[in-house]
Design a protein around this ligand. Structure first.
Ligand code: ATP
Ligand code: MG
Length: 138
């Protein structure tokens, strides 16, 4: 089990001025921020990042949404990092997310759901490498 995961504070959060509130929740859960940057995803980056979903009916809209404004990307460290971040994020659909989760409190819809978190150690590694060189993590 790795102690790293990767997050994106998504465009809806940044647009609404919720970046600070979202990242505070993450820090309050004991995650250390190994690397953090603001980014505007290109269409190619968004398509690549969500390539597993390319056959899904929502893919085109997802790419449009993820390129609709700046995001913050971060590499995070904590014990049980992947599962714990997913737990505090809540379900994909904010209306189905547990009370007190990030998506329940800040998500707009099943698409505009405030935050991304890696779903496995393997994907966390791939996603961190997508945005950060190892030398940028500290
Ligand atoms: P993420 O990968 O962003 O952390 P997730 O793992 O909870 O979210 P996935 O199934 O991987 O959910 O879907 C990736 C993203 O695609 C979702 O976060 C959401 O923005 C969008 N999405 C998922 N399902 C739908 C849907 N049915 N309609 C519209 N958008 C969707
Ligand atoms: Mg996912």
């Amino acid at each position: 089990m790795s102690n790293r995961t990767f997050t994106i504070v998504k465009p809806d959060s940044v647009r609404k001025g919720n970046f600070g509130k979202v990242i505070s929740r993450v820090e309050a859960e004991g995650f250390k921020i190994l690397g953090l940057k603001k980014a505007s995803l290109s269409q190619k980056q968004a398509e690549g990042f969500y390539a597993v979903h390319r056959e899904r009916p929502f893919f085109k809209d997802l790419v449009k949404y993820m390129t609709s404004g700046p995001v913050y990307v971060a590499a995070l460290e904590r014990d049980n990092a992947v599962a714990h971040l997913r737990k505090i994020m809540g379900a994909t659909d904010p209306t189905k997310a547990d009370a007190g989760t990030i998506r329940k409190d800040f998500g707009e819809s099943i698409e505009q759901n405030a935050i991304h978190g890696s779903d496995s150690d393997e994907n966390a590694k791939i996603e961190i490498a997508f945005f950060f060189a190892e030398s940028e993590l500290m």
